[in-house]
Each structure stands twice: as structure tokens, then as C-alpha cells.
Write a protein that binds this ligand. Sequence first.
Ligand code: NAD
Length: 229
Amino acid sequence: GKRAFIAGVADDHGYGWAISKALAAAGAEILVGTWVPALNIFESSLRRGKFDETRKLPDGSLMEITKVYPLDAVFDSPEDVPEDIKTNKRYLGSSNWTVKEVVESVKQDFGSIDILVHSLANGPEVTKPLLETSRYGYLAAISASSYSYVSLLKHFAPIMNPGGASLSLTYIASERIIPGYGGGMSSAKAALESDTRVLAFEAGRKHNIRVNTISAGPLRSRAAKAIGF
Ligand code: NAD
């Protein structure tokens, strides 16, 4: 069977959860990367059976998540983590959550993966029109929503089996004006789409893996609710 790592699963409402279920139903082993500040509540909800209804697969069995890795995809390695995050009480309880460390842990635990899914985005100023967006907000949106994919693929590619596949989720606001999708998130999705083409070219040749992005329709996930969609 195939082994998949899905980055960006912290509840049962988003695309990451639905994609995990589809992959599990197709026989894949499921590993997820969960944003560090959301880790405790996600793991305790899983343990307490809060997701048992939505964990049901078409054959009646429950999706098994083999391992949940804490992840913050805006940091590539421990040297990049600023003091205020290091000492933040939501981060203190977890370790090895930078991209490089997560990939090292997955390599130690399982050796390789076949499928990488990037289902994460963040834009601290998403509710502001682009015209009102600060440089900080714009760069933070790109860091969390676009470069996070470059980084995940760059680090995972060497442990992806040839013929493997990588997928991210984009949004039509990259091509057309969607008022309310601000803070540089439209820019971040445009970058993600362009990067998908370049990464497909590069990773295809170097690692024999496919790189794709799906422009998903609107879904009332936690992230979408936060911007009133
Ligand atoms: P979601 O809230 O379920 O998923 C986003 C996840 O990203 C959350 O689990 C959050 O904890 C995680 N995250 C945020 N910052 C992170 C970081 N620095 N490191 C690691 N994880 C981090 O919402 P969703 O809408 O399912 O989003 C998944 C993907 O789908 C995103 O790329 C989003 O832009 C895209 N998308 C969503 C819609 C929609 O309408 N919901 C439409 C098109 C595309």
C-alpha cells in the first residue's frame, strides 16, 4: 500500500480531513501534520472519539491515522524559530515540529512516503483588502501558504518513492477578483499555482514525482469561517 503525509489537518471540517479519508478508503496509510497550536485539541478530540462519526469510511471501518506529527510549516529548521515562539506555552509541549525535523522523524519512523498533501494556509490580514495589507501581513501569507509548500516538497522529495505524487489546494481568487480574500492570500495562491508548474518540472526530473494543485470550491472549513465565507 501507499503511505501518505497530509499537512494541515486539525479537525474534521477541512479539505485535509476529507482527502485523508479518500486516501484511507483507497488503502493508503495516513500520517498527518497538525499545526502545533492546534495539536492538543486535535489529539484529545481523536482520543475521545469526537471524530468517530466522520472517521467512517465507505466500507464501514474507521479511518486510522497512524501518526500525528506536530508541524509549523513557516519554520524550516530550529535555527529559524524566534524566541517568542520557542517560549510560547502552546509550543513548549511539542518538539521537532519544523519542516526539516518533521521529515527527519517521518524518515526515521517509516523510511519513505508515496503521497504528500499540502492542505494548509494562513494569512493574518486575510480580512483586509490588498490595498490595506501591510508588508508583514503579505509576507506572512506567502510564507504560510506558498513557501510552506516549496519547503515541504523540498524536504520530503528525497524520501518520496519514485512515481509518487504531491498535491496542494489553491483557490480561484488567484485568477479572479474575490472580494474578502485579502491580506495577500490571492497573491499567495497565484504564487502557489506558478510554483506548482515549476516544481512539477524540477521534481519530475529530479525525483520522478508528480506535482499538482487543485483549485477547490468553497467549503465552510474553520479557515473559511474565519473570513466569513
Ligand atoms: P482548514 O482550517 O481545515 O485547514 C487549514 C489548516 O492549516 C488548519 O488545520 C491550520 O491549523 C493549518 N495551518 C495554518 N498555519 C499553519 C502552519 N504554519 N503550519 C502548519 N499548519 C498550519 O481549512 P481548509 O479550508 O480546508 O484549508 C485547506 C486548504 O484548502 C488551504 O490551502 C486553503 O487555502 C484551501 N482552499 C480552501 C477553500 C475553502 O473554501 N475552504 C477553497 C479553496 C482552497
